[in-house]
Write a protein that binds this ligand. Sequence first.
Ligand SMILES: NC(=O)C1=CN([C@@H]2O[C@H](COP(=O)(O)OP(=O)(O)OC[C@H]3O[C@@H](n4cnc5c(N)ncnc54)[C@H](O)[C@@H]3O)[C@@H](O)[C@H]2O)C=CC1
Ligand SMILES: O=C(CO)COP(=O)(O)O
Length: 431
Amino acid sequence: MTSHSLAPNGLGEKKHKVTVIGSGNWGSTISKIIAENTREYPDIFDEDVQMWVYEEEVTVPESSPHYTPELGEKPQKLTTLINKYHENVKYLPGIALPKNVIANPSAADAADGSTILIFNLPHQFIGNVCKQLQGHILPYARGISCIKGVNVSDKGVSLFSEWIGDSLGIYCGALSGANIAPEIAAEKWSETTIAYDPPPLDHSRVPSPQSGSPTASSADLTVTPVNGATFHHIDSRGRKSKTKLTPVPAEYPPLDHETFKTLFHRPYFHVRMVSDVAGVSLSGALKNIVALAAGFVDGKGWGDNAKAAIMRVGLLEMVKFGKEFFGETVHTGTFTEESAGVADLITSCSGGRNFRCAKKAVEQGVSVEDVEQMDLNGQKLQGTSTAREVNAFLKTKGKEEDYPLFTAVLGILDGKYKVDDIPELVARADS
Ligand SMILES: NC(=O)C1=CN([C@@H]2O[C@H](COP(=O)(O)OP(=O)(O)OC[C@H]3O[C@@H](n4cnc5c(N)ncnc54)[C@H](O)[C@@H]3O)[C@@H](O)[C@H]2O)C=CC1
Ligand SMILES: O=C(CO)COP(=O)(O)O
């Protein structure tokens, strides 16, 4: 799969150690994928993959192959169960994890010595976890965020990849796609998109262009030496990052598109590399709001045409939001051509948790949050909080009416609107 197993200087004597921060439904699935690849490419990666687990006491469900009446009654630490049975019995039951996935309840310990950090947890928890990591990671580590959400504060809206980067002083890219985790854990074929666009200081390399994908050129980025090997950078939107990047030492294989593709690509999980980090991150976050709307109309029994209308309007609002608030460097093609965009929108509006919970809420006349509590066994929806966060941001900009579907979703969650109001609310945008 990969052509470079050595660093460009021919040394390459160090291997990348990989840590996954998070162990939910998707976090465990991504750990499985990565651990299969670290085993397959031992010249590039350490075989063991550390997986940080938010520790809790759980019992083994009857659906687990490891179930016994005793394990079904006696709660044990989730990390103990994962390391003993190689299964995340709570968040990914019934799926065998490779034995080289090592569950660790300490984020700092899990990340110790890792050059690659994969962030994969519900977005509401990332702030706290980053605090635990501060001061405990290699200065030249690089990250990939698999989080679907946006960070909204009184300063505005930002991407979690940026937020993680600034919080930890590293560069962080983003992975997102039409990726319902249980299907991928069962090794059913899917595609994903990884956006990675660091300043061209890692081994003086710039990510190589991929066919059909927008890729930054070195001219997009200004890299200014600050002191010795430390760099300050201005991103492709001209925004000055707080992050002072430390180059990855040349003893390691380069951390570029090829290495990240090697880390994530499986026969059943096909990776496309791009450089539009904002487009990939925003698609993943905003489609969750649209998936709630799709669930609402499906719960009404309005049929496939109504759902298609939701997807059309939703996609337009996603692109508009990206262009309006993240500038022209967000590529429309990321939304319309990549797995992270339209494909994720379609799968999420067909079978995602946000869609399913919204549908059931309408059918049963209860709140989406109630269904989340009852049905998801601790898994978290991202659409409800993202709808609130995006709306809070739009309100500060006086732009709520320009995004009628996003605004309608929050209105329905809060009881201000009914699902029956959606056609009229959405039509107002066209008039
Ligand atoms: N599940 C899926 O099919 C997909 C999920 N995603 C995204 O991946 C991200 C992670 O989601 P999942 O792995 O599905 O998580 P999940 O919703 O399955 O699980 C919840 C996770 O949160 C952890 N947690 C609970 N309380 C916590 C706390 N106080 N502090 C820190 N962690 C805590 C739990 O231990 C568990 O790992 C989300 O942004 C989601 O949108 C992306 C693609 C597919
Ligand atoms: O992001 C997902 C599929 O790509 C999963 O969406 P849900 O969180 O709604 O299940």
